[in-house]
Design a protein around this ligand. Structure first.
Ligand SMILES: *[C@@H]1O[C@H](CO)[C@@H](O)[C@H](O)[C@H]1NC(C)=O
Ligand SMILES: *[C@@H]1O[C@H](CO)[C@@H](O)[C@H](O)[C@H]1NC(C)=O
Length: 321
């Protein structure tokens, strides 16, 4: 009798404190081929991916970084008039038409230095009204590695996209994925003169592939080795018009904001690491370097900007010039 209860306890503990960046369901399956290009994501392949919805309409992507927090971009919340109570976050779903876990948002925190014109500091956090319970389909992504590895093994973006917010029929309900390659910042600023040091560029891995990159606010995730943990390195922010071959997309460079994220989480009373020190006893505490500067905290004014512009294929990238 004792043994099963211990096992149960262990299982429960693991469930509540799942490691970040793992894909329990996806990686346990046998895979025979890996198609490269834009295609439907498999169930459990991006378990940190969320759909942010306003009264049931998908309008931006986001990622789970802890049981209380969703990471996304500031430009999705252009108006102070969106009351958090109207927003919900769908977790653990690939197909948005199936019923899935829906959680209400308690607070929207945009970076107070978000600049509408340059898109600098395009980052926001959503505090959930209740914590996510993690399982095979809902897993937090790891925050960036410090220092940033000189090269990544694989990078992906995913998103649902939408062509017309008023017409649910135009919405892509299955999560789509695209392989990405991070491009050199100095090369990218030649194409995008308004690039800031808080941004990174990534292009489609396969240059013959031609699409938008999923939803604003969605994560760019990379791993260092096959089968290893996934780290979020960027947040989909802006770019040139969809359908331009080889044109990189611009992402918020997440490694510049890890301290900002930790500070906000703390101020809001839901720190990122609440459970880790207590339960993951034997593991080393994650050594996150304190080297990156923390941009000031706060709440910006409203911006008139739609996240709902039409686009092709993966669609729904707003702010594409
Ligand atoms: C790039 O995409 C095209 C069209 O989908 C495909 O035929 C080609 O094999 C891909 N190339 C690579 C290197 O994946
Ligand atoms: C952001 O990161 C870049 C590249 O690592 C660095 O040059 C820049 O100073 C950082 N900016 C801030 C505000 O931390």
């Amino acid at each position: 009798m004792i043994l099963p209860s211990i096992l149960l306890l262990v299982a429960h503990t693991l469930g509540a404190n799942i490691e970040c960046g793992v894909r329990p369901l996806y990686d346990s399956r046998t895979r025979y081929s890996r198609i490269i290009g834009g295609q439907e994501a498999e169930v459990g392949e991006f378990p940190w991916q969320v759909s942010i919805q306003d009264k049931g309409h998908h309008f931006c992507g986001g990622s789970i970084i802890s049981e209380w927090w969703i990471l996304t971009v500031a430009h999705c919340f252009y108006s102070d008039e969106i009351p958090p109570i109207e927003l919900t976050v769908i977790v653990g779903a690939n197909d948005l038409t199936t019923s899935s876990m829906e959680i209400q948002v308690a607070n929207i925190i945009r970076h107070k230095n978000f600049q509408r014109l340059t898109m600098d500091n395009d980052i926001a956090l959503l505090r959930l009204a209740k914590p996510i319970s993690f399982d095979d389909l809902t897993v937090p992504v790891c925050l960036p590695l410090h220092p940033t590895p000189s090269s990544w093994h694989e990078c992906w973006v995913a998103g649902w996209g939408i062509t017309n917010s008023a017409d649910k029929g135009s919405m892509k309900t299955d999560l789509m994925k695209v392989p990405m390659r991070i491009t050199d910042w100095k090369e990218c600023i030649k194409v995008f003169p308004k690039l800031t040091t808080n941004m990174l560029c990534a292009a489609y891995d396969n240059e013959s592939y031609d699409a938008c990159q999923g939803d604003s606010g969605g994560p760019l995730v990379c791993n260092t080795e096959p089968g290893k943990k996934w780290y979020q390195v960027g947040i989909i922010s802006w770019g040139k018009s969809c359908g331009q071959k080889g044109s990189p997309g611009i992402y918020t460079l997440l490694s510049n904001y890890t301290l900002w994220i930790e500070k906000i989480a703390q101020i809001e009373g839901k720190p990122l690491d609440t459970k880790r020190p207590r339960i993951v006893v034997k593991k080393k505490t994650r050594g996150r370097s304190q080297s990156s500067k923390c941009p000031a905290l706060g709440y910006p004014q409203s911006w008139l900007l739609s996240c709902l512009l039409p686009c092709v294929l993966l669609r729904a990238l707003s702010n594409w010039e």
